[in-house]
Ligand binder design. Structure first.
Ligand SMILES: [Zn+2]
Length: 539
């Protein structure tokens, strides 16, 4: 993979000369060799393991056969020892000859040498015999030592980057990881530039300690690439990139100094903090050197005195992005109320309400960040869900839905009327020449029900109208030529346009309008003309 890329690099674009061609052939052999070596290295490591296993097997078999082969080994041992024994006895004899010759006053060296060569000639078969064993064993030993040494040595790649030596690594994957790491750390890559670089590799053998880890290699590459990118701090406002400076520590100081005045008087207040109004973010990392500007230039952009090109291509200028605000964290308790609940009760008379449970307020602990700009509170932000200290209790009311006449909204009139104030039969005045209905005396607040199914034609307090004498009243159109009126009510329970069912509560007894006491003025109309109620319904 790496080789393919490098080949492209080594073919000159402008000239194909014989020299370049030969160079190419040379590189081809070099890479074939490099990869062969790699292959052999791995093959050799496998083979060594196999040979070791085999050797253990052989040792075991040798031990097994030792007893059977003992006579053979004894003969071998004898063959190996024989020359030495002969040499020892020969040397003893030579010393004897030399001593005797010296005592006789002759030439001891000459006699000794002559005796030695005679001995060698006489026993040369023994020497050859011994060598026949020794030479192959020595050769095998040398081979094993060499192979073991080669396999144990550390093969490494010497990395050269942009013509500069960087270090030794165990294999290409270390570089690939370092490269990916650097790409990962390069910030703001979307501004256009990208970083692609392949190193030069040379296979070599080095000491294990000389190998670089991926982290060390990353650091070295960054060092050697400082012309391209370097460690710096970028500033983002509301995720928009504003600029980057290498003066990271001074940048942090300058930003902190802007917040300093708002801490005055709150130095020991843990609940008080100062922050930028905008989301100002510092991102340390690797940045392309070409994008790095001075701290002053960056601050000018941030204060809006120098233009900034935004990612969408617009130019931003004249807006101080470094406005600060103070935030105070406060905890307080607030009273709460629970949503009232109404339960329909089909066994309770329609319209009756029974309070089942009284409401009681709850208490919550609320934690808020109170934001101040120029000393003015501008916002309160709840920092977390409130803590409930006392649970609020809701009012629970049972609402009666029992209707003795059954029926549902929209039913046509039955044509028969029910008495509109069921429990009260007392009549203070019947219809007469001067009075159009029946006045049913009843206690204040007593429920008045619809005399038959129909639609509410009027539900009004009648103030300021010709009907003011009726006070609060309801008129129901029954759709069959009949209409009924219920007047002087204290409260109306229905609205104009609503369908009502026979027996449904529609109002409560009162004394509104022209009235001197609590009663329900009940009136029946036939085709728009009032009539005597007694003709149609009696209590
Ligand atoms: Zn009346």
């Amino acid at each position: 993979m790496a080789a393919r890329k490098r080949w492209r690099r080594y073919i000159p674009d402008d000239e194909i000369s014989v020299r370049a061609f030969l160079h190419l052939i040379g590189r081809l052999f070099y890479y074939v060799g490099l990869h062969s070596e790699y292959f052999l290295l791995n093959f050799g490591r496998g083979a060594r393991a196999a040979v070791l296993a085999l050797w253990h097997g052989v040792c075991w078999m040798l031990a097994l056969g030792a007893n059977i082969l003992r006579p053979f080994f004894a003969a071998v041992w004898e063959d190996l020892r024989a020359p030495w024994r002969q040499m020892r006895s020969g040397l003893r004899n030579i010393r004897q000859v030399v001593r005797e010759e010296r005592e006789a006053g002759g030439s001891p060296a000459g006699k000794g040498l002559a005796y030695f060569f005679r001995g060698v000639l006489a026993y040369k078969h023994l020497i050859l015999h011994g060598l026949a064993y020794l030479l192959p064993a020595a050769a095998l030993g040398v081979l094993l030592v060499t192979v073991d040494g080669v396999l144990s040595s550390t093969f490494a790649l010497r990395v050269e980057f942009r013509g500069e030596f960087v270090g030794f690594i165990a294999n290409e994957s270390v570089y690939d990881a370092a490269h990916a790491d650097i790409l990962d750390r390069i910030q703001n890559v979307d501004t256009g530039e990208d970083w692609k670089a392949r190193p030069e590799y040379t296979l070599t053998i080095v000491d294990q300690a000389a190998l670089y880890s991926q982290g060390e290699l990353t650091d070295r590459i960054i060092e050697t690439s400082s012309a391209e990118f370097r460690e710096a701090t970028g500033v983002y406002v509301n995720t928009e990139f504003i600029g980057v400076t290498a003066d990271s520590a001074a940048l942090t100081q300058a930003l902190e100094a802007l917040k300093e005045p708002l801490y005055e008087g709150h130095e020991n207040d843990d609940s008080w903090r100062v922050e930028f109004q905008q989301n100002v973010e510092l991102k340390p990392g690797l940045y392309f050197t070409s994008t790095i500007i001075t701290l002053d230039d960056l601050l000018a952009r941030l204060h809006g005195t120098a233009p900034v090109e935004l990612s969408d291509g617009n130019i931003l200028v004249g807006w101080d992005m470094l406005g600060v605000q103070a935030v105070q964290n406060v905890t307080r308790t607030v009273e709460t109320a629970a949503e009232p609940q109404v339960i329909n009760d089909p066994e309770l008379e329609w319209g009756r309400e029974v309070v089942e449970q009284e409401a009681s307020p709850g208490l919550e602990e609320v934690n808020e960040d109170v934001v101040y700009i120029d000393g003015q509170e501008v916002q309160r932000i709840q920092t977390r869900e409130p803590t409930v200290l006392v649970e609020a209790v809701p009012q629970i009311t049972r609402y009666g839905t029992y209707n003795p006449y059954g029926g549902t909204a929209g039913d046509p009139a039955t044509g028969e009327f029910t008495w509109p104030v069921p429990d009260y039969k007392g009549i203070s005045r019947w219809a007469s020449r001067y009075h159009r209905g029946a006045d049913i005396t009843a206690r204040y607040g007593t429920t008045i029900v619809a005399a038959d199914n129909g639609v509410v034609e009027v539900a009004t307090d009648a103030r300021g109208t010709a009907w003011w004498t009726y006070g609060k009243f309801v008129k129901i159109d029954h759709g069959n030529g009949f209409a009924t009126v219920y007047a002087h009510c204290s409260e109306l329970l229905v609205q104009q346009g609503e369908y009502v069912v026979k027996g449904q509560p529609i109002a409560r007894v009162g004394s509104t309008g022209y009235s001197t006491g609590n009663h329900c003025h009940f009136e029946i109309q036939v085709n728009g003309q009032w009539t005597d109620t007694r003709r149609y319904v009696m209590p």
